[in-house]
Design a protein around this ligand. Sequence first.
Ligand code: DAH
Length: 349
Amino acid sequence: MSTSISLETIQSGILEKGEAALKQIQQSNTLADLDQVRVSVLGKKGTLSEALKALGQVSAEDRPKLGALANEWKSKIESAIETKKNALEILEIEASLQKTKIDVTIPSRKKHAGSIHPVTSTIRKVSQVLGRIGFDVTVGPEIETDFLNFEAVNIPKDHPARDMQDTFFMGPGVVLRSQTSPVQMRAMRAEKWPIRILCPGAVYRNDSDATHSPMFHQIEGLWVDQKVSMSDLKGTLDFFAKEMFGSETKIRLRPSYFPFVEPGAEVDVSCAICGGRNHKCPVCKGTGWLEILGAGMVHPRLFELAGYNAGEISGFAFGMGVERIAMLMHDIPDLRLMFQGDQRFLKQF
Ligand code: DAH
């Protein structure tokens, strides 16, 4: 059988296709491109495989030469593909790292840390100020007996003061306390005098408008000892007012009636906004004074009910609305803002 194609022609064909393949490998930009080249050269129908088919057409002695050449190119191409593949893989990893790069220098989003509610901060401030002159904080329950909420603080059944405080009745003999005054009686029944306490907490009344909320807070004060006098009350409240509202603040006591004290008074502080000089002042309405609490000398009846000897001791008590104090301190126009949970309001504190 004569050879129809010369050895040289086949050799140069392999050489030519091999060189072309190396070039294509070099030019591949992606792993997918590279794989296409591999298939087109080394695959079953690849150019190198096609060239080797001509092997059958050369003489027996030339065949090994041609086979060796073909194998040489095959491994050359395989190793070129391997090298290129490694290089492309590194590039692809780098590119994907670039895409997902995290800039650790970007400032983080601020977390809103929340703030202290004005009711809480006012209770804390009052406790801290009066704590400095010996008042200890104590608390009582919000669900209270009718007896302690009223009778024990000298508000008998049918007493008009029960109407003054529109009480929520929970059941027979049980109320949501309408004032913190029952804590006075709880404290006196629990321990012997001397007593000097503050009782902050929530109280409830069936009332709701810009200055009344069905739930609000009071702080009750009680000082019982031998020879506690009205001037001790005035001195304590004067100190309190100056610490809370500024050293220029004055207080005045107006006679008033509360069943659990005798004599009783309503206590005003001088208006820090206008100092009484602006008759159009929206805060004090031009009077120069703002009412902040009720107070008085503890009624002897309470000592009797507590089991104390009323002839031995005396005492004073006072009660203030926490929201009212907070509104005056922070210039808050509407009580209801305190309980709506609106962030725009709360984050100012
Ligand atoms: N309990 C009264 C109220 O809720 C406030 C009060 C007035 C408390 C005079 C007192 C006091 O201790 O002496 O309106």
